[in-house]
Design a protein around this ligand. Structure first.
Ligand code: TYD
Length: 199
């Protein structure tokens, strides 16, 4: 049985990682096998991107190219094998992250073209929080901020996410201000119809 591919999107501080961990717990209780992954990926290309996010050498043009390459490696070498083994794959970020983040400065059509070899997921969930709330959560987390984690940039990313969500009817928006367990259950309710035939 082929698995299903779900992407989770949102600005920095929107809580995608917590959301995914909570959804994974629900799915596993229901008997499903879940493979959680993320972008930047854990492959050398993704590690290289994480290094570049911490220094201030890259601009968004370079990031657009690096993220697109990392994504195709991630898709072909990690996501596809897991799907072929019947896992539900949940990726913390995928293509729409590039459209929303790199689309702030780069031509969106060019970013879309760069990513056109990476197939669309079966479902994308967008966790919506406003940029001020995201910023508060980043501060609370206490880790060093990467080059993209500033309020002014995140405000532009958020606006682009809202525009993109309107243009992709297959993207579902969830309220990221909801209590974590309520949010996870809402996510699960969208995932359920997709996976019902899987066990
Ligand atoms: P993030 O999910 O925040 O990783 P972590 O939680 O481990 O820090 O991703 C790192 C940053 O990369 C984040 O600011 C979003 C950004 N990003 C892009 O700009 N474009 C992309 O295509 C992806 C996948 C991420």
């Amino acid at each position: 049985m082929q698995g299903k591919f779900i992407a989770v999107e949102g600005i920095d501080g929107s809580g995608t990682t917590t959301f995914i961990n909570n959804v994974k717990i629900i799915l596993e209780k229901e008997g499903y096998r879940v493979h959680v992954t993320c972008e930047p990926s854990s492959h050398p290309a993704g590690k290289y991107i994480r290094e570049r996010l911490q220094d201030h050498k890259s601009d968004n043009t370079i990031f657009a190219l690096l993220f697109a390459a990392d994504r195709l490696i991630h898709y072909r070498e990690e996501i596809v094998p897991a799907l072929n083994n019947g896992f539900i794959v949940i990726s913390d970020r995928y293509k729409i992250s590039s459209f929303a983040y790199q689309g702030v400065t780069e031509d969106l059509q060019w970013v879309k073209l760069l990513n056109s070899k990476a197939p669309d997921p079966d479902l994308t969930l967008f966790i919506d929080v406003d940029p001020q709330e995201g910023d508060r959560r980043i501060t609370k987390r206490g880790a060093t901020r990467d080059v993209l984690e500033n309020l002014s940039f995140q405000g532009k990313v958020h606006q682009l996410y809202l525009n993109l969500v309107k243009s992709f009817p297959e993207v579902i928006t969830l309220d990221g201000n909801a209590e974590p367990d309520i949010l996870a259950n809402q996510g699960y309710n969208y995932i359920k119809p997709l996976i019902e035939e899987m066990i």
